[in-house]
Ligand binder design. Sequence first.
Ligand code: 4AD
Ligand code: MG
Length: 484
Amino acid sequence: MSLTPIKQLLQSAEIGQTVTVKGWVRTKRESKNAIFIAINDGSTIHTIQAVTEPGRFSEDVIRLVTTGACVAITGTMVESQGSGQRVEVQATDIHVYGPADPDKYPLQPKKHSLEFLREIAHLRPRTNTFSAVLRIRHALAFAVHKYFNDNGFYYLHTPIITASDAEGAGEMFRVTTLDLNNLPRTEEGAIDYKQDFFGREANLTVSGQLEGELGALALSKIYTFGPTFRAENSNTTRHLAEFWMIEPEMAFYELEDNMNLAEDFLKYLVGYALENCIDDLKFLESRLIDEEKAKPQAERSPMPLLEKLRFVHENEFERVTYTEAIDILLKSKPHKEKKFQYPVGWGVDLQSEHERFLVEKHFKKPVILTNYPREIKSFYMKQDEDSSAAPGPTVRAMDVLFPGIGEIIGGSQREDNYEKLLARVHEVGIDPANIWWFLETRQFGSAPHSGFGLGFERLILFVTGMGNIRDVIPFPRTPKSADF
Ligand code: 4AD
Ligand code: MG
């Protein structure tokens, strides 16, 4: 059976054509002379309207056609009498696949808070907002693969279960089949992981980078795109315990090449959304404008969504070193007026309030911050030559900071010198035996190389203008929450 999606019917169905529409009823409106049924099948933000006159179908059928019910309506395409749509379906047959009890169906046609919708994540894809977000999410996932494929990168599948902590932050979920009520012990009384499934401790990955580097040092340009897990107990609008990360890794790229790629990639993705998701973006923009009316002036975003996306698409990102950024922050008004919650000074890890000041208030555009202090970055980053430009040792790190988001990308050039890398591994307390394979690539054909990680949900947050990362992934996992 061929079924034409509503998106296509609205665009190109011919008058007089017989069509069948299958989808979920958004609204039913009954007047003296006509019954109007708005149907959506998720192929577009728009609904198609089916029309019939009272009495044509049995009361029993019409009664079941309520908001949330799943229906198949066959009929003739006619020019719409009402405004708002070009065509509508004059119904000749109505079949109800699944009714939805109007006293119980939670998605009645009215405004629902995003918090409420999170509690009904099994139904929220049926709302305009979430279906728009999910379609954009799909388009951008496709665009990620397209960009890399078009640019000579290979998609490398890195493991989800690993034995190493790539970021060294100890924020890992353990993977085990041991009986937690009866743990095997060694003679010294420690848990005996030799008896565990993998014969050693194992976790869910926090990043595919270490394996990604192995791929790059053979295929030259690779990327990973997969689920990533972090047991950080940060209940913020920017953190998930399970998120998707895109990690390209390139042999022969130095820090500047890495920055160029990150900027080009982000602009491509934003441009792809502008070109392919305009109906959904327009819907989300108008939703945001409504929402912002309720906010105090100071908290409103300075640009409507589409303008913001075009701005990022068309303007160069600002490139500054961490040391320069600290200078700017130290001279800033909020620092002088003690408005920042966290301290500022060379050596501190920048907090999101600092990142957002730089991006939203100072530069007013995306910023790539580079050459961070070595002590606050991961062990694998390439160490800079000592220079008088910074008060302490730095590494060839880069973070891309976006308006409204803060850090969207984290990356670096990698330490390719075996001795320096090994020294750093010892310094930060990693057992070299755990990553002997990673270290060995620096002994066999080492090469300068670089890469970065883009948080996919942070990208979707930016493109959709949504305010909470829980609302841009179908089924969010956060501390104390893994329903659905
Ligand atoms: O800066 P991060 O920790 O970098 C890495 O994991 C590197 N191994 C990447 C690389 O060089 N290949 O994470 C990268 C990005 C962040 O900039 C952020 O966008 C996202 O991943 N991210 C999160 N997104 C949602 N929830 C979380 N808990 C996230 N933690 C990081
Ligand atoms: Mg980071």
